[in-house]
Design a protein around this ligand. Sequence first.
Ligand code: ZN
Length: 253
Amino acid sequence: MSYLVDSHLHVTMMPYEGLQAMSEGGVKKVINCAIVVSAHHAESYFDHFRLITGFYRKSAEGLGIKLYSTIGVHPAGIPHDWTRVVDTLPEYLKLEGVVGLGEVGMNQGSQLEKDVLKAQLEVARDQKVPVIVHIPFENRLQITELTLNIASQVGIPSHLLVIDHTNLDILDKVKQFGAVPAITIRPRNVSLEVLQENINHFKDGMLNCDFSNLFPNDPTAVIKAFNYLKANGVDQAIIDNLTRKRAETVFNI
Ligand SMILES: [Zn+2]
């Protein structure tokens, strides 16, 4: 085995042992997505960006993991002065190891959420970087359609649009748009069994654990998926694409 890539997690919420288990299981590159739950001030994001591009990158390096970051305003914490964060994103994109925008998206589809998403998709379009857009647990079809409509209005090239937490319910819409499906492996999203049974539908996507402390999940989900797919005889090229190559290509890492 060469190594694995996890395309979405939140390192500031991880216990050290979580990152250690990922490293021991063969994960050597991760994409860390920005999130500041309940943020009220733009400064909360500025300090968070500093933390994920500095301190945590070094600590991951100590475990043999290259930590890349995406930056942006997460729907779980939209500061009152969010435009200040959006205006600064192009500057942060110049930092080494910052490979795109994320995690952005909507939970309810409110006007504020739509405005914040649209502004960030415009930055991704202008800066020509990939953007990781989250689809929530509830109202998934409605939020997916809204997201894709906003993406069309903005005119972002579809290959830069990563639709995360894709499951069978929205996969066709994501593919029709030409966006990149990202697949979160955990009981509330895609289980190992569902992944394997529908591997031909999922094969152009990229896997992640989306580790946070907001609900149950598993930092070793991508490792478990790799082993499960292999044990069930899935074509190695498909496994490599899902667990490494697709993310490396999309994020140019
Ligand atoms: Zn996330």
